[in-house]
Design a binder for this molecule. Sequence first.
Ligand code: NAD
Length: 507
Amino acid sequence: MSFLEYAPAPESKSILHLKKSYGLFIDGEFRDGHGTPFTTISPADESPIAKISNANASDIDTAVAAARRAYDKVWSRMSGKDRGKYLFRIARLVQERTRELAVAESLDNGKPIKESRDVDVPLVAAWFFYYAGWADKLDHAGLGPAPKSLGVAAQVIPWNFPLLMLAWKIAPALAAGNTVVLKPAETTPLSALIFAEILQQADLPAGVVNIVTGAGDTGSALVNHPDVNKVAFTGSTAVGRAIAKSTAGTAKKLTLELGGKAANIVFDDAPMDQAIEGIVNGIFFNQGHVCCAGSRLLVQENIHDEVLDRLKQRLSTLRMGDPLDKNTDIGAINSKAQLERIRTLSDIGEEEGATRWTAECAIPDKGFWFAPTIFTNVETSHRIAREEIFGPVLSVLTFRTPAEAIAKANNTPYGLSAGIWSDKGSRILGVADKLKAGVVWANTFNRFDPASPFGGYKESGYGREGGRHGLGAYLQSGWHAESQRALPPAVGSPAKPVRAAKKGASK
Ligand code: NAD
């Protein structure tokens, strides 16, 4: 097969007004932290981007105190209509600064610019617009009359969708009348700090949103601060479990959005062209750094060879390289540590007997890269079939009957998402009903909308983000599972659901 040659089409970095160093954003202004600063680097070439402040426990005290003051004196007293105006303003400013935010995100995270520009940042604006609309309608959200906010929300987010996860956390919290202290991940703080500039531009009252940077100890000091009322965490199941433990027995409300190992199920009557694109999008979008990635492909046995041939052909056309190039399909792995994890689990896949296939592509000299990889002959007992790899690696399993597909799909400690590809509506509905996953996509994958709730079962966490349900997590009368105190079992042990689907579940 011959390929088209693409001339480089890099997005210019000149739109960025990068500072050499960034402080913590507390009480409406940037200030130095008291911890040892760190440098955020570009994962594509390991070059330094900026020096970032590190918040220690005393900085967290200051940030939480600022959020508490802003809550008591300003935000909790403001009408929903006025809160909504600020959120609309933030949404419009995000739209105005889309290109700048997209470049910053791709630079700091390594994701292709076409994803940050066309998916991440537009969804960020959509999330703020959506929750701006709810701010003066909380009485009509079905969450009781005159629902009350919780107070100060401590929010900790991961590195895979830095700005989008920020929007998922901050927009509903503010709409519901809470104030916020948010900590972005240590490898991707840049877009959150530019967002802080947007908050200044929007004249958001000081202290309503505070952004503190740092690593796990900063996050731990934040979620364990005695004066926070709500903890919202997105990240790994291991850290989620530690937070569930440390907040147990306190009055803090907790929502956890954790990992996943989604099954993408392809039946033999599936629309094949769409299914191939859906499989690629499901696992290779954002280098597979997606909690709901379709990392386990369950393909009906009689079409296994055809699907694999077509998949390999398609993967051979993907372009890996400079995240800022508009032609790039696969960007850089976010960090050296993540690259090590992907390599280790992939090597274990081979050692355990699965067959490895890797797309041929040139690996840049510098930076962190992993070519799209498929494992066949995978057994359900293999670690690559059970553990979240969080990289561009697909594990392929087969099934013969719908019952076998369902059993294999549910054979995981996680329960975040799943996909079904079939021409038959009745089969889709029948199978979807039996899948233990918070979100089930049919003949599509990785679709997000602010009106649609998102969240998991079992070790994927509890609580829902998005939609009316997402408001509930920030209101006293909203859904708060008593069972939230039950700890998810350790990976590998028999998984029991930590919560039943109640108000707040999407299926
Ligand atoms: P991580 O748990 O290591 O880190 C997430 C965040 O928690 C970071 O900001 C980190 O600094 C902070 N943190 C680390 N230790 C902490 C502690 N003890 N107390 C408080 N905060 C702490 O996860 P990661 O590697 O950054 O992200 C990848 C994971 O996130 C994957 O497992 C992925 O599935 C999950 N994720 C889930 C969703 C979802 O919506 N379910 C979305 C994105 C990512």
